[in-house]
Design a protein around this ligand. Structure first.
Ligand code: TXA
Ligand code: MG
Length: 319
């Protein structure tokens, strides 16, 4: 069975991958840097499946891949620096972190609830054909289980994530073998978040020197980012009952009555569905006129660990 989903990246292979993405399934594809584990970036459920497959204990924001600058500009707000870099280095191994546009259709889970979005236009021909064929943004972290090396061949992906992936497009070994360089342009001065396939000097030559990663904003632990989405309202975890002035973030079939507003992460108790709904539901309850958000217990297994990690950070935040 293992490896049976590896496809040649011919027209039929690309078409199969596009169909899988449209069906909300995962597709591994080569980029010029490393292989990506892709899903429809606008589909919360499909994005949740990425986190489930990688078995991450927390939600790391993902890079959103697009076919070209036009699609990128529909998702994020570009300033002059961003346009300069995009014109010069896209397609290529450069990821830009920019403010999400107002009507950005990308899943909040893909950016882990952040107000910013990491976007890039890969230059690998297979990635380019997949993106053009799909016609929508693809969220894709490197196609390795959490804590393992990034994959540079289709066989690496098949060996570790084969079961979770509907189609693996085999484009041979990747050219660069190192992830893209990430530059954060969402603040006043450009910041290097991750050195990678494009040299820092090349970027600095165009937009000036880059500040090093802020120690309080290390991309290694994005859940700790000070700019990370934090609800306005206080969170009360492990809630088994709810008061009339609280909003309730529920989980599972048995819901305590009486809340001012209730959203259920998953009535069926499905953790992938719960992860898909987490950030969108927190935003909605946070906008209600409740005094706090009571959160029912979420089991500490599978994606439940990442959900609880996020909820604990939000609950511990000083207000
Ligand atoms: O070369 C690459 O970039 C590969 C290929 C597949 O494109 N992708 C990749 O993705 O390396 P991933 O998920 O393994 O790494 C994404 C990095 C993470 O360290 C994450 O913290 C950072 O990008 N990131 C994503 N969105 C961000 C945001 N809005 N703000 C800050 N950092 C962000
Ligand atoms: Mg990675």
């Amino acid at each position: 069975m293992l490896g049976s989903s590896i496809r040649r990246p011919d027209d039929a292979g690309i078409a199969a991958a596009v169909e899988a993405l449209k069906a909300g399934r995962l597709v591994a594809f080569p980029t010029e840097t490393v292989y990506g584990l892709g899903a429809d970036a606008t589909d919360d459920r499909a994005v949740a499946a990425i986190f489930a497959a990688k078995e991450r204990p927390s939600f790391n924001p993902l890079i959103v891949h697009v076919a070209g600058s036009e699609m990128a500009e529909a998702l994020a707000r570009f300033d002059e620096r961003a346009r300069l870099l995009a014109r010069r280095f896209w397609p290529g191994p450069l990821t830009l972190v920019l403010p999400r546009s107002v009507a950005c259709p990308v899943s909040l889970l893909a950016s882990a609830g952040l107000p910013t979005l990491a976007v890039r236009v890969p230059r690998h021909p297979v990635a380019a054909r997949l993106l053009a064929g799909f016609g929508r943004p693809i969220a894709a972290p490197s196609a390795n289980p959490s804590g393992r090396l990034s994959p540079t061949t289709a066989a690496h992906v098949a060996a570790t994530l084969g079961k979770a992936v509907a189609v693996i497009l085999d484009g041979g070994p990747t050219e660069i073998g190192l992830e893209s360089t990430i530059v954060d342009l969402s603040g006043p001065s450009p910041r290097l978040l991750r050195p990678g396939g494009l040299a820092e000097e090349e970027i600095a030559a165009l937009i000036g020197p880059l500040a090093p990663p802020d120690l309080t904003q290390t991309p290694k632990a994005p859940g700790m980012l000070t700019s990370h989405y934090a609800p306005r309202l206080g969170l009360r975890l492990e809630a088994k009952a709810v008061s009339a002035d609280e909003a309730l973030l529920a989980f599972g079939p048995k819901i305590p009555p009486g809340a001012r507003a209730t959203l259920n992460l998953s009535a069926a108790g499905d953790l992938v569905e719960a992860a898909a709904n987490l950030f969108a539901f927190l935003h909605r309850l946070d906008a209600s006129d409740a005094s706090a958000i009571a959160v029912m217990p979420v089991p500490e297994r599978g994606l439940g660990r990442a959900i609880n990690d996020r909820l604990r950070r939000a609950a511990a935040r000083p207000r």
